[in-house]
Structure formats: structure tokens, C-alpha cells
Design a protein around this ligand. Sequence first.
Ligand code: FES
Length: 680
Amino acid sequence: MTTDPLVVFTPSGKRGHFPVGTPILTAARQLGVDLDSVCGGRGICSKCQITPSYGEFPKHGVTVREDALSEWNAVEQRYDDKRGLKPGRRLGCQATVQGDVVIDVPPESQVHRQVVRKAAAARAITMDPATRLYFVVVEEPDMHSPTGDLERLERALREQWQIEAVTADLSLLCKLQPTLRKGKWEVTVALHKGHKDNVARIVEIWPGLHENGLYGLAIDLGSTTIAAHLTDLETGEVKASSGLMNPQIRFGEDLMSRVSYAMMNPGGDHEMTRAVREAINDLVTSIADEAGIDPALIVETVFVCNPVMHHLLLGLDPVELGQAPFALATSESVSLPAREMDLTTMNPRAQVYILPCIAGHVGADCAAVALSEEPGKSQDLVLIVDVGTNAEILLGNTTRVLACSSPTGPAFEGAQISSGQRAAPGAIERIQIDPVTKEPRFRVIGSDKWSDEEGFEADIATTGITGICGSGIIEAVAEMRMAGLLDESGLIGSAEQTGTSRCVPEGRTHSYLIHDASAEGGPRITVTQGDIRAIQLAKSALYAGARLLMDEMGIDKVDRVVLAGAFGAHISTKHAMVLGMIPDAPLDKVQSAGNAAGTGARIALCNIAARAEIERVVREITKVETAIEPKFQEHFVAANAIPHKTDPFPELAKVVTLPTPSFNTGGDAEKTGRRRRRKA
Ligand code: FES
């Protein structure tokens, strides 16, 4: 039996005996304990911090004496003086084993640390990115044994990090020699190795120890908005989140109008490709600026997007996606250098990964939702709806997962709405309407106070009240329905019918006035009949898509609904139900998951195993094509009423009693009649 001291690591519980004098980092490596190191144990990166525990540990069967580790040394003192080590911490590469010891590896010292997501029922992300930093000491050149600098760097990586082979492109080679000399033969390299790569690629090289971090972008490229999360590739922390409108809107608001633009205008697809790439380049610059980092430190980008955006981003003609059988150029995931896509504002050797598409109408964004929400691991039957200009819908459990997408149009994102705007400071995001007085109160992005609360005016002094964003319009329409300002068919009543002067005539229809600053030259924010119609079309498409999947599954009730969307942090589940965006379910079983597609992109950015996993999962998902399914139209028409013409909503009725006014006094009915007569 060995008399060597016992080293027990927590939280892993891994243990082993090691000779006196073994560095803790060496012990950790031999046991496969997850302890980080960038400098390879040279005492300069501080990634290997550990916390020894002293005293009695009956659970582990050890007593740890005060002298169980070697004494605090000069390297640790130097680091502590320069940067400060938390009390009780040691550097794992410096502290050596002297006796039995229990070592805790704090989360920030774990390579595969878990990043907990904020959302309810969050799935933690395990850090295992494709790009990592390695510090190496490279042998100097020698006239007597001539080798290239790159070959000696390769040898150093092999000997010091057991990395067998690397490649470097010409632009990297150009900076290799000056960097090695500047660093006095000590350099840090960023190596990228994707889940399908056999050889790692040198993405960047810095003289000495690089301490300014490494970053990646997770981008949810939607038809209307582009949302990006700048993520620290070492910690998984989101440093900044930013978004902008997709400039392709000027070529067509929805996907099919963009496909038609490409069909009708020679070179139109290239124009749209150029526009979106330029916007992404600008977004990279602005998000890096916001986070205070050099954009050249962004070495990876993961995109999730619908099939049309996917093709336009890659510079592929989307024409085939506009007609049956909706063939994709490729449905596989795509990995390529960012510069091939003219993404020039990030690191020049940055790498792009695009998640696989599920089918011609069901894109990488839906795959990202599946990665984030994992319907295939759910015991109960879950319906996941990702609301955007194109809604991604998944239905399934451990036995089977179905997916479709539904063309909701941009109304849910505040576009095509008279006072609509992107979710930005000044936008109304929440609204309540008093059912008795019919008076509204609201909250705008940038203030946590309601409009009738003290301090609201001061809060919004700089932003003002500028419009209504996606979550705001959903609440506004649902609140109008609950307050009796809107009937089941979606008609807004007149002032006489509703009893409020806020219902103002507008042509042959009515609008509901939320806020009027026109006297001071500000905006007049209303919900018009046209807005209601746009929301009805959007929500009917969403509901019809969900119903189609339920038909395919042979059910008419789901156990649970997850509502996700790129706009706003949360969509109000109650209001979504009142509107009839989603099928009836107990309200406590309807949950909001924030931007699930964006989260899926972040997971794929931080963990390469997740990329392999989603590529496998996508192959097992059954696709349902809404565009050619005759029942879609039937479901769509029935879903036009608020909440629904024929489907009962018993769970909703338990929490909300909807008034039953009818404002159809001829206006809209007359128009419909006229339209019918004209057709005849
Ligand atoms: S491994 Fe870098 S300081 Fe210990």
C-alpha cells in the first residue's frame, strides 16, 4: 500500500495518491480533474486557482494538516501583489502536495464550467468552445538545425500541450515571426478546432501571455431583427447584447417578398446579401465598442436563421425556397471562415458556424430552439413556439418531435403596426387597460415605473414615449379585448359603444388612443383597426401552425407551452392566450423562455459537443410543411377570432372572463359583402 499523500478534489470527488512535491495541477491532470491552465503551469495565467481545505473530513476519510501544501511561494506572491488572489486561494501549478489534502476547484477555474442561464427551467451551458488559448515557449532558431518558426511553434504545442498538428493561413504566417520575437519566444496562440476537424487552426497569436480574453458572437438573424450576444469564450459570460433592424426589410417585409425580389430583379439576391453582411459588420463594431473590447478579439460567430436568411447570408440564391419542393442548397451545418462571407470587422481569421436547417421552411433558428428547449427530452407533451416574422413551432416529447414554421409576418415585432417600433428605449412594452374606466397605463423600455406612478416622467425625460414594441402590441390588443373595447371578431367599438372617448373614429373604423403628445410635437400613439387586423393575421398563422402539428400528432391538447421570441425579454403568457396565439393550456403550464433561438446559438458557440448533438437531433425531427397543407388554411380562418372561433379555451376561462360585445354594425360586414359581390 502506498504511503504517498492522498489528494481529494471537490466537487468532482476524484482522488488519488501522489508523491510529495507533486504540483496540484499535475495531480489534477493525471486524475482528469477539470482544472484550467493557459500558461501550462508557468505561474503567469492564474487560471489554475484552487482552494485547499484544512481539518477533519470524515466523508473523505482524511485529516488535512496546515502544512498539507507547500508554502506560499514567490510566484504566488507576485501574482497576489499584481492582481490579488482571493483569500484562501492558491495557484494549483505552484502549490505542491506535502500531505493528505482536500482541494476545491472553484467554478471559474474549471475549463468546462457551467454557465447558468437566467430563464426559468434554465439549462446550464457547459463551456467547451471550439477556440481556446494556449501559452507556449518556443525554441529559438538555430543555424545548426534549421527549422521554420512555424515548425518550432508546432513542436512546442506538441510537447507542451499534446496538440499533434496545427495549420496556419498566410495572414497568420505574416505576423508569426515578428510576434515570436516580440514575445521573446513566449507567445499565446488561439487555436480553433471544430467538432469535425482533425487538425486545429491557429486563429491568432499574441506576444507573451494574452490576458485580454477571447470572444464569440451568437447571432439570431431574423427577417426583421438581428440580435447578437457577445460572449466571453472562457467564462461564457454575455458581455453585451445588441440588435438592429434587418436592412433587407427595404427589399420586402417578409421572407416570400424577399424571395420574389430575388426572382424579379437580376442580382437582387446579391444586393440583399451585401445589405445583411454590412449590417452584421456594423453590429460587430458597435457591440464590441459597447463591451469595450477590441473587435479583433472576436474569433467565432454562430448564426441561427431561417432558410431564406440562411441562403441570403451565405450568398446563395433563395429562389428554390420560394417554390415546392422548397429545396435547400444544403441542410447540413456550415463551417467556414468569416472572411468568405465578407465579415471583416471581427478577427480576420474568425470562424463561422451555422446550425443545420431542418427543412426548406424550417431553419437553423428552429434547430436552435430545439437545442435550447430540448423537446425530445421532455416527458410531457410540450409545444414550443418561437415568435418572430416567421414563427418556429416544435411539438413533442421523448417519443417524437415535430416541427414547422409559420409565416406570421412582422406584426409581432412591431413592424406593420401604425405606432409600432423595435424594442428599444422609449417603446411601450407593457400595457394595462382598466375594464371600468377604459383608461390605459403603460410601461416603456428604460423605466420600471408605470405611467401613472411618481417618477415616471423623470425616468423617460431623455427617451420620451416613442411607440409600441412587439410585446406591447400583444398586450394592448389582449387588454382591449378584456376591457370590452374589441369584440370577438376583432372590431374596435366606437366611443358610444365602448363608453370611452379614447375610441376615436378613423375613416370607417375606430382607433384606441393610448398616448397623445401631439400638442407638444410628440407622437400620438394609437392602436388602429389595421393594427388589430395585422395582429389577427399573425396570430392566426401561429395558431394554425401549432394546430397542424397537433393534428399530425393526433391530439387536441398539449401538456405544456413554451413561448419564446427574439423581441423583448418576455411575452406575457396570459395576454398571448387571450389573443389566441397559442392553444389553450393551464396558465401555470405556459412559460416564457425569452429568446430561445438566441440561447441555442449561445449554446452552440460555447460548446462544440452541442453542435454535434443538434446535427443528430435535427435528423430525427419530423418536418411538417405548412405551405402545402390544405388544413392550414382551415385552421387559419377559424383562428381569426379572438381568442378563437371554434376551439374552446376552458383553461383561459378559469382565469379571465371575456366580455361579449359585438360592434359589427355594418362597417366591416359591409366591406366584406362588397368584396364578395365584386368577386362574384
Ligand atoms: S497554470 Fe497558469 S498560473 Fe498556474
